[in-house]
Design a protein. Structure first.
Length: 329
């Protein structure tokens, strides 16, 4: 079981907030209708966002939130029957903030809460966790990760339900060490390696030794990866790309750094999401596909995002400390 497609969920959330802010915008309504017609998954994502909005009673709560954030001026200070522009803007902002918090919890975090129930080990966003397994192997979980362990007499199996994990495997001639991540199976042949279940792709990177990788997708794979090699399997097409990776770059997040070489902005945002206690919305396909190379400090996700998008004139706006919007300027 995995989370809903992150890109689709973000687009649904983006549409919802825009529609609530401009309910009479005919062009926006037509754009939304066209997007919903593209696939059933789009419709499901948008309905889930709407459900979260209604469950919160956002309209009722936002009046109180607005009063706290933007106290109304005295009645004599403005004509009767009219709402001051500053208060109207404050009402819309409070309404959006209320909805975003609800949607984050009910729409996006809900699936992860279910995965947590299935997992043996979990980590929240922004934290790492080192786990010594019963055979002495070490599993280091990245932020926002859930794994399940199933050791038996004939095999040692670990399933990554979500997130990313680095493994340093202890040898055992009788029981192979196998990591499963959706349709991907990685068998350790005495090694240290990283498996990343991203929103757009599944990735493996080998720091030491050798692994055997099998993929039972639209384009089946069965190959060996050695030290300094990596493999990326695109979710949308099943296309696999094998490449060389600097050993020091493998699972660099363990030292609080994100090291990328030619990664897209979308990939960088996907990684930084593991360190942000909220939602990061990425707007603009052109910006999402731009590539960057650099070293980013994961202890400060906002600064890391700004550093990543700056070369492409991108911006990072904080709607609240828990809601970031990354877009073209």
């Amino acid at each position: 079981m995995t989370r809903p497609n992150q890109e689709i969920w973000e687009r649904a959330l983006d549409f919802l907030l825009r529609v609530k802010g401009a309910p009479d915008d005919a062009a926006l309504a037509a754009e939304l209708h066209s997007w919903l017609a593209e696939s059933e998954e789009h419709g499901r994502a948008y309905r889930r966002a709407e459900n979260a909005w209604h469950v919160t009673g956002a309209l009722r709560f936002s009046d109180r939130a607005t009063a706290a954030i933007h106290p109304a001026p005295a009645a004599a200070a403005r004509p009767a029957g009219r709402v001051a522009p500053s208060r109207r803007r404050g009402w819309r902002r409070a309404l959006a903030v209320t909805a975003v918090f609800a949607i984050c919890v009910l729409g996006f975090k809900g699936p992860s809460l279910w995965l947590d129930l299935l997992a043996d080990y979990v980590t929240p966003a922004g934290q790492h966790r080192e786990v010594v397994l019963s055979d002495g192997s070490m599993a280091t979980l990245n932020g926002d990760t859930a794994v399940a362990v199933n050791y038996g007499g004939s095999a040692r199996e670990v399933t990554i339900l979500s997130g990313e994990t680095f493994f340093n495997v202890s040898p055992d001639k009788k029981r192979p060490f196998i990591v499963r991540a959706e349709a991907l199976t990685v068998e350790s042949l005495g090694t240290a390696f990283d498996v990343n279940v991203g929103s757009d792709a599944l990735r493996i990177a080998v720091q030491d030794g050798t692994v055997r990788v099998r993929y039972e997708g639209p384009r089946p794979i069965d190959l060996l990866l050695a030290r300094g090699e990596g493999l990326t399997v695109e979710r949308s097409s099943g296309t696999a790309t094998q490449d060389k990776i600097a050993v020091a770059q493998v699972a660099s997040w363990r030292t609080g750094r994100l090291v990328v070489d030619g990664a897209t902005i979308a990939e960088v945002v996907d990684e930084i999401r593991r360190y942000h206690h909220g939602v990061i919305l990425l707007r603009g396909q052109a910006l999402a596909t731009r590539k960057v190379t650099g070293v980013y400090n994961l202890d400060d996700p906002v600064a890391a995002l700004r550093a990543a998008v700056a070369p492409h004139s991108g911006s990072v706006r904080e709607l609240t400390p828990y809601v970031l919007v990354v877009s073209d300027r």
